[in-house]
Design a protein around this ligand. Structure first.
Ligand SMILES: *Cc1c(COP(=O)(O)O)cnc(C)c1O
Length: 370
């Protein structure tokens, strides 16, 4: 018998191919491949409705969306951000010639600790760039209060927070702009893709100019924009994904509940708690390996791998540890003890709609008795 296929931390749900063919036929017939075609327009409307926001602009990917968000608000100087994220968060700052200033995270949420933001503010600070890590909402009220006091903009990296609600409202309405990623590994995907959620029509218009080379008309260019446009194929796939999304999230929720039940009593293992005021999306299932567990985090990671289960150490190493960041004063790990400890203990377990619960049982049994 050959080994079964490896089980990765995530896998996109692919709807039946027949359902995609009519979209393709329509694109072939019209020959409208990109530049705000009919599917692009339809997806912007459908997503705004689904997410409970008014204005949203689609992008080729989340990173270009984040780079463009910083351009849209003319952010310069220094920006306060988290070291505990995917590296694109800080890279978007370097691509704008902005200096990242890393501030430590909170142990309970893995998100930027608002109590540590103020001491990092300098005359050069122009914005805060927090991440809703694993879809857990940041302390948005505390962050906004600091931004209001010091006159800072807030741009959320909401790559993990598709559909997340905070106190009955879309989390994506927080801050001045929120970025979404629709990469293949995310809860909602368009192969590659992303979006900026904008507070008003004027801001969306500026974002739309910037993602299309700065064109505001046939012969007018108002800014050194970039090419961040989403294609019709991507938008069509997004429309198809949307049809299956509710079911996909129900399945994710069942996997989350199964892990919590089967791993709840395991000594030395902890998870993030579920906040009652939050409607989550079950994008990730991180476990934190601590004292009392028989293996180190890395030994557990290796043990699962031997059995074909590929967990991921999101986020290890910290962004602050990479060569282009580690020389910054704020990147000193002595300044980031919580983020450092979390990055050394985290392991994300497989969670995706097509993962059957019998396999989840098997993974949990292995983790419970490695
Ligand atoms: C996926 C991700 C990004 C980048 O998005 P892309 O669409 O892959 O460019 C940025 N930040 C975080 C936190 C992410 O998880």
């Amino acid at each position: 018998m050959s080994d079964p296929d490896p089980i990765y931390v995530t896998k996109p749900h692919m709807p039946p191919l027949e359902e995609f063919l009519p979209y393709l036929e329509s694109i072939w017939e019209s020959g409208w491949l990109t530049n705000g075609g009919p599917f692009h327009q339809e997806l912007e409307t459908a997503l705004a409705e689904r997410l409970g926001v008014e204005h949203l602009s689609l992008f080729a990917n989340g990173t270009i969306a984040l780079v463009t968000a910083l351009q849209t608000l003319r952010i310069t100087g220094e920006v306060i951000t988290t070291p505990y994220s995917f590296v694109a968060t800080a890279h978007s700052l370097l691509w704008n010639g902005i200096t990242p200033v890393f501030v430590d995270v909170e142990p309970g949420s893995c998100n930027l600790d608002p109590r540590k933001i103020e001491e990092a503010i300098t005359p050069r600070t122009s914005a805060i760039l927090p991440v809703h890590c694993y879809g857990t909402p940041c302390d948005v009220e505390a962050i906004q209060a600091i931004a209001d006091t010091y006159g800072l903009k807030v741009i959320y990296d909401a790559a993990h927070a598709f559909g997340v609600k905070h106190k009955g409202e879309s989390l994506l309405r927080q801050g001045d702009l929120s970025m979404l990623s629709f990469h293949a590994t995310k809860v909602f995907t368009t192969f590659e893709g992303g979006a900026l959620v904008c507070p008003d029509a004027k801001t969306k218009q500026r974002v739309d100019f910037l993602k299309n080379f700065g064109h505001s008309g046939e012969v007018t260019v108002v800014a050194p924009g970039i090419n961040g446009k989403m294609t019709e194929i991507q938008a069509a796939f997004g429309l198809l994904q949307l049809r299956h999304l509710d079911e996909a999230i129900v399945r994710r929720a069942a996997i989350d509940a199964t892990y919590r039940e089967l791993l709840g009593g395991v000594p030395g293992l902890t998870f993030l708690s579920q906040d009652e005021g939050t409607v989550g999306n079950f994008a990730y299932f991180p476990v934190f390996v601590g004292e009392g567990y028989p293996l180190s985090r890395d030994a557990l990671h290796a043990r699962l791998r031997e059995r074909g289960i590929i967990g991921r150490r999101y986020f290890y190493p910290l962004i602050a540890e990479f060569p282009m960041y580690r020389g910054l004063p704020s990147a000193d790990l002595g300044n980031l003890p919580v983020a450092k400890a979390i990055s050394r203990s985290v392991l994300c377990l497989p969670i995706y709609p097509d993962l059957d619960l019998a396999t989840v049982d098997r993974i949990a049994a292995l983790v419970a008795a490695p």
